[in-house]
Design a protein around this ligand. Structure first.
Ligand SMILES: [Fe+2]
Length: 369
């Protein structure tokens, strides 16, 4: 059993500005990878203020795609080379944070092309791959990317979203719930469901250890304490702090276990239909729990504050608008999962095609057409 997490985490109000003297001097010039909305929640302003205070130059790339593709990462790398950036800062949700890691990897291997991103066995027995230092500032409460070594990109060559085989741990995670205030409820709901998925898939996972279970058991309690905001209660800044903290804890858990079937299935929905990540994961959570053993299912549901699987399924269906999903897409996801050895390895029960169909059907109910 081991626990390895080389990321320095600051989770508190104004963490970006308070610790600028550390992270803002990781290099001479930063490439900031972000999207347009980060300019609105104050995160980008805090980052640039801290860099200026430290006398560190920066270049802002604020056109990061949702679900960034391999080609998009290479385009951002060109900016980094042009600007002679020597560290990378991701500001936003999963898309800019994952893109920042991939760009940092490719800047450290500037002589390599797209094929390097999915080249396997680079890390070997090491716990990380060579990349420029990365700082992550999350502004949504779902991905946990600020503390994981994972970067998930869209692969148009394989028609899917897929995690890089490289491990790129951020040097710093600067977590502050204030960036969530004012975020659309729909985004908070989807990303909080992603966090729930991380906890559930990490807990029901062949790689789970006492370390990762400890994070899930405590973290699910944190998540549960704020879950009423998802069904319509007013959202306070304390709720935002709580959900953001839960997201980081869930990221720490999956950094050690990886995710399982719901994430594996979700990538097909996101690639083919543009369903937001957390929402796509959420569809498959009731089915994943139903397929797991009764003892562990009961434990996870109770930690998350649900009396039984029926209640949990109704909660998820209430939160997530149904999407019309074709039989063809379900079949593609099932076939893809059955050949995804790395995801199947994480599942602590036998996975068959009929079981995957059952998990998909329980997610969409009558909306499969
Ligand atoms: Fe996720």
């Amino acid at each position: 059993m081991h626990f390895y997490l080389p990321t320095r985490i600051y989770s508190e109000r104004d963490s970006v500005k308070k610790h600028g003297n550390e992270w803002a001097s990781l290099g001479r010039k930063a490439l900031i990878v972000t999207g347009k909305s980060s300019a609105e929640n104050g995160a980008l302003a805090d980052v640039t203020e801290a860099l200026e205070h430290q006398g560190t130059k920066y270049f802002v790339f604020d056109e990061t795609q949702q679900n960034p593709s391999v080609e998009h990462v290479l385009k951002i790398r060109e900016k980094g080379i042009e600007q002679q950036a020597d560290f990378v800062i991701g500001v936003g949700g999963g898309s800019p944070m994952d893109a920042a890691k991939a760009v940092a990897l490719m800047l450290a291997h500037a002589d390599r092309g797209a094929e390097y991103l999915y080249e396997k066995n680079i890390a070997g027995e090491k716990d990380y791959d060579a990349a420029l230092p990365v700082v992550e500032v999350p502004t949504t409460c779902g991905t946990g990317s600020e503390v994981t070594p994972y970067a998930i990109l869209t692969r148009h060559d394989a028609c899917i979203k897929a995690s890089l085989p490289h491990k790129i741990y951020p040097a710093y995670a600067l977590v502050d719930g204030k960036y969530l205030m004012g975020t659309k409820r729909e985004i908070i709901v989807n990303t909080a469901v992603d966090t729930l998925g991380h906890f559930m898939e990490s807990y029901i996972n062949t790689n789970a250890t006492d370390f990762s279970r400890m994070l899930c058991e405590y973290g699910l309690g944190v998540w549960r304490s704020a879950k009423n905001i998802l069904i319509g209660a007013g959202i306070t800044v304390q709720d935002c702090d709580t959900m953001m903290f839960a997201s980081t804890l869930a990221g720490m858990a999956i950094a050690h276990t990886g995710t399982a079937l719901p994430h594996g299935l979700s990538y097909y929905l996101t690639y083919e239909k543009g369903v937001p990540h957390g929402k796509a994961v959420g569809y498959f959570l009731p089915g994943y729990l139903a397929a797991s053993g009764p003892m562990i299912r009961k434990k996870v549901l109770s930690l998350a504050g649900f009396p039984d699987i029926q209640y949990f399924t109704a909660f998820i269906h209430r939160l997530l608008e149904p999407d019309d999903v074709s039989e063809e897409l379900v079949a593609k996801a099932v076939r893809g999962l059955m050949s995804n050895e790395s995801k199947l390895r994480n599942v602590p029960f036998a996975v068959t095609e009929p079981l995957l169909y059952q998990i998909c059907r329980s997610g969409f109910g009558a909306v499969i057409s």
